[in-house]
Design a protein around this ligand. Structure first.
Ligand SMILES: Nc1c(C(=O)O)ncn1[C@@H]1O[C@H](COP(=O)(O)O)[C@@H](O)[C@H]1O
Length: 178
C-alpha cells in the first residue's frame, strides 16, 4: 500500500467525479507499486482557471507525471499538456453515448508540439503502468519491480495456455471445435 504521507509524484485528475469508477484503476496500480499519487477533479471546461493553475504548478509541487481522464469533449488532457512541461497521459472515459469514441478522438488528435500519451478507452490501469515505467526510467529499484511484474504477466499467460491445452485436448475432446 502507498504511504499516504509520501509526497505525490503522479497526479491523477479527471473532469468529473463521475469518471472515478474508470480512473480508480490507475490509482490501484500505483498502490500496487507503492508509488505516491494525488487525485483531484480538474475540469478545463468547468473550472478553467484552476485547471491552468494545476498544470502550471504541477512540476513545482514535485509531480513527475500527470494522468488525466475525461469523457465526451475531453479537452482536459490536452489543455494540461499545453501548460505543463511534464508528460501527460490521457485516459478516454466512455460515457452513455458514442462508447468513448468522442473522448478517444478528442484526446488522441493533438496538434504537433503538444503531446499527450493516449491509452485505450477506459485504459486507466495501463495509464498507471505507463506512469510507473516513466518514473522507473530513472529509478533502478522501480525498474526491477516493473520487470518482476512483466515476468508475472508472462507466467500467468503461460499457465492459461497450459490450462487451455489441457481442457481442449482432454479425454473427450480431440481439438478446438469438436
Ligand atoms: N471532458 C470533460 C471536461 C474537460 O475536458 O475539461 N470536464 C468535464 N468533462 C467530462 O464531462 C463528463 C460528464 O461529467 P458529469 O458527470 O459531471 O456531468 C465527464 O466524463 C467529465 O470528464
Amino acid at each position: 500500500m502507498t504511504n499516504p504521507a509520501a509526497a505525490p509524484v503522479v497526479g491523477i485528475v479527471m473532469g468529473s467525479d463521475s469518471d472515478w469508477p474508470v480512473m480508480e484503476a490507475a490509482a490501484k496500480v500505483l498502490d500496487e507499486f507503492s508509488v505516491p499519487y494525488e487525485v483531484d477533479v480538474v475540469s478545463a471546461h468547468r473550472m478553467p482557471r484552476e485547471m491552468i493553475a494545476y498544470g502550471e504548478e504541477a512540476d513545482g509541487r514535485g509531480l513527475k507525471v500527470i494522468i488525466a481522464g475525461a469523457g465526451g469533449a475531453a479537452h482536459l488532457p490536452g489543455m494540461l499538456a499545453s501548460v505543463t512541461p511534464l508528460p501527460v497521459i490521457g485516459v478516454p472515459v466512455p460515457l452513455k453515448y458514442l462508447d468513448g469514441m468522442d473522448s478517444l478522438l478528442s484526446i488522441v488528435q493533438m496538434p504537433a508540439g503538444v503531446p499527450v500519451a493516449t491509452v485505450s478507452v477506459a485504459g486507466a490501469r495501463n495509464a498507471g503502468l505507463l506512469a510507473i515505467r516513466m518514473l522507473a526510467a530513472h529509478d533502478p529499484e522501480l525498474l526491477g519491480r516493473m520487470r518482476e511484474f512483466q515476468q508475472d504477466l508472462n507466467d500467468q499467460a503461460t499457465e492459461k495456455g497450459k490450462r487451455l491445452r489441457a481442457k481442449a485436448m482432454g479425454a473427450d475432446s480431440f481439438g478446438f471445435g469438436t
